[in-house]
Design a protein. Structure first.
Length: 510
């Protein structure tokens, strides 16, 4: 075993990847395979100071004849006063093709979920991509997520095993179509994590839980890796559409790439000030996916969304169990609807129209509930494209479980009719009847929300959970109407936890 020392910030070089500065440490070299059989190990130690760049690269010169690269790491985690950030160090690897922004050399990322990983031709740790360990300069990518005031001391152990490489398996992906029921309402959860990032469930366990939750579709969304894409083929079926994507986890917010082409990787190594997000949003759409900012008001470090919503196809307003940050996200989204009406942007399309809302569980492990909440989409069939079109058009509502179902419509006096995500083209003073029919919402209160605020609140629904609520209005009084179902408030003026909400029905001629 040999050792290198990257103590402090000595022996460093600063280079630019796209617009983001990064730190490159001294190169770690290995003897060639001609030096004899058996694994070779190098240990690298160093300390990163507070204020380190987002990404620190350790170059590793890989000679020819290597069968496997294995890396393990540790770092100090000092006890600190409450409110003082501690140490958290993420890890991943890029191969000899380089670390340029865009990820051509990307071979895997596990963030802070694992302390070791391996890559070889025939297999790799979840989160990493199998493939040959080719000669050249590889880079171990360290991500100092947070650094304590006294710095972050780390130790990397890099092991190369020589020998004949195995055969890289040809990836097989799930189909983009399930049996479906024609034009119908389909239930899905588009934000889920498995062992391929920081989840604790296997894809098989997630698929079983999705079926038990009554879901028709799900979306693979691992943090900063697409390694799970090739592990879903055997788990999809006529009754479950599995779409593929990624949770692009930057330091300035997370975005779900929803339903991209199989094998699509989206880079995350930029901040809002780098002005790079538009490039990768366009990449997501070119790959057939939707751009969905996730939990935009979450309070975890780096989770709050700072890229704006000009590129968004939809917004994840409700994430997991309903909490105050979801309430803030819902209010913020409603403000966007008001602005879109005021500015005449109540058509559709990123940057030009209103942005639909959706909800997902973001389930990682027990006791996280897959399908709580879920997005219920009116789609022409159970295919990737049809589900995405329904989400993009806002023909959807969000429910806490498959036990809750609703219909929400607006109608005029001459038989005009519009549903969720649609427009009722009536004159400003034409009477409009708004109608909500619901099952599975015992003792919930119905609220109709418009661009003028909450204009109607019902009495609680009966214990059976079924009921119909109507309200009369006009397009001059309400430019749009959306429905909320809330559980009884615990105390005071609180509106109660959401049980469901709909995207709006717009009223009036454009």
């Amino acid at each position: 075993m040999c050792e290198d020392d990257h103590a402090g910030i000595g022996r460093r070089a600063v280079f630019v990847t796209g617009a983001a500065a990064a730190l490159t440490l001294g190169t770690v070299s290995f003897a060639s395979a001609a030096g004899g059989p058996g694994p070779r190990t190098r240990t690298v130690r160093g300390t990163l100071p507070p204020g380190s760049p987002d990404f620190v690269y350790v170059p590793v010169e890989v000679p020819s004849g290597v069968r496997e690269l294995r890396v393990s790491y540790t770092y100090d985690r000092p006890t600190l006063p409450a409110g003082t950030p501690g140490n958290a160090l993420d890890i991943g690897v890029f191969d000899e093709r380089g670390t340029e922004l865009g990820g051509r050399g990307f071979r895997g990322w596990s963030g802070g979920a694992r302390t070791e990983f391996f890559v070889r031709a025939d297999d790799a740790t979840p989160g990493y991509l199998p493939g040959p360990v080719r000669p050249g300069t590889w880079h171990i990518a360290l991500g100092p997520y947070t650094v304590a005031p006294q710095g972050l001391s780390y130790e990397l152990t890099i092991t190369l095993t020589y020998g004949e490489p195995g055969e890289t398996p040809r990836p097989v992906y799930p189909p983009s179509r399930a049996k479906g029921r024609g034009r119908a309402w389909y239930r899905g959860d588009c934000h889920l994590h498995s062992v391929h990032s920081d989840g604790r469930r296997t894809p098989a366990e997630i698929a079983a839980l999705a079926r038990a939750a009554g879901l028709d579709f799900i979306n693979s969304s691992e943090h900063n890796t697409h390694s799970a894409h090739a592990h879903w083929a055997d788990l999809a079926g006529d009754d479950l559409l599995v779409m593929l994507g990624e949770e692009v986890t930057t330091r300035n917010g997370h975005v779900v790439a929803l339903g991209t082409d199989p094998g699509t990787f989206v880079d995350w190594r930029y901040r809002a000030r780098d002005n790079r997000f538009g490039r990768f949003a366009r990449q997501i759409r070119r790959a057939g996916g939707l751009v969905v900012p996730a939990h935009p008001h979450a309070t975890c470090i780096g989770c709050n969304w700072k890229f704006g919503f000009g590129e968004a196809d939809a917004i994840e307003v409700w994430n997991g169990p309903y909490t105050p940050d979801d309430e803030v996200a819902l209010a913020d989204w409603d403000g966007m609807l008001v602005a879109s009406v005021r500015e005449g942007r109540d058509g559709q399309g990123p940057g030009a129209g209103w942005i639909p809302a959706m909800g997902s569980s973001d389930a990682h492990r027990d006791p996280d509930t897959v399908g709580h909440p879920q997005t219920v989409v009116l789609a022409d069939d159970l295919t990737r494209e049809a589900v995405q079109e329904g989400i993009r058009a806002g023909r959807s509502y969000v429910a806490e479980s498959s036990k809750l179902s609703l219909t929400f419509t607006a109608s005029g006096g001459r038989g005009e009719h519009a549903g969720i995500g649609e427009r009722l083209p009536v004159a400003p003073d034409t009477p409009v009847t708004v109608r909500l029919e619901v099952t599975g919402a015992p003792r919930c209160t119905v609220r109709f929300v418009t661009d003028q605020g909450v204009l109607f609140t019902s009495a609680p629904l009966p214990a059976s959970g079924a009921g119909t609520v109507e309200w009369r209005t006009t397009a001059s009084y309400a430019a749009y109407v959306r429905a909320e179902l809330r559980h009884e408030a615990a105390a005071g003026p609180l509106p109660g936890v959401l049980a469901a909400f709909t995207n709006p029905v717009f009223l009036g001629r454009r």
